[in-house]
Design a protein around this ligand. Structure first.
Ligand code: ZN
Length: 161
């Protein structure tokens, strides 16, 4: 079986900023299973894996448009410290969940603390980055009807619920 729509694919991977530092690797988190064709992984990597077989390796450079998107400076905003949870000391790098005007929850990262003002960034941490992925295909199987229904992998390394 080769990789295509609705395959459950297990990969070992590493990702670094193009020409830069290692960002993430399955050496630390374990082999990663995903459901192909369901936006479980970034589009640029998904495209590069189509038609691959167990044992194949893929090296691909993914631009932001096919990765985690471009940075949007409109998603950077400043709030008074008094709007932050007051049981915590606010420091750069802290992550919070904030409610949008439209009520949706998104993750924000503290990028600056100046006096009583806190700058928050709701961009994905990898937005705007060109990423170098190195991937080895470890296993491929057909998805179960439940997995297709849910749009993600169940079992080892996947969702348990
Ligand atoms: Zn599920």
């Amino acid at each position: 079986m080769k990789i295509g729509q609705d395959a459950v694919v297990t990969i070992a991977y590493s990702v670094r900023e193009k020409g830069g530092d290692l960002i993430d690797s399955s050496d630390e988190t374990g082999d990663f299973p995903y459901l192909h064709g369901h936006e479980n992984i970034v589009p640029g990597l998904e495209e590069a894996l189509i038609g691959k077989d167990v044992g194949d390796t893929v090296s691909v450079t993914v631009p932001p448009e096919k990765g985690y998107g471009l940075r949007d400076e409109a998603k950077v905003f400043t709030v008074p410290k008094s709007h932050m949870p007051d049981d915590e000391e606010i420091t750069v790098g802290m992550e919070f969940h904030a409610e949008d005007r439209d009520g949706s929850i998104r993750q924000v990262t503290v990028t600056k603390v100046t006096g009583d003002q806190v700058t928050l960034d709701a961009n994905h941490a990898l937005a705007g980055m060109t990423l170098d992925f190195a991937v080895e295909v470890k296993a491929i199987r057909a998805a179960t009807p439940d997995e297709l229904d849910h749009g993600h992998v169940h079992g080892e390394g996947g969702h348990h619920h």
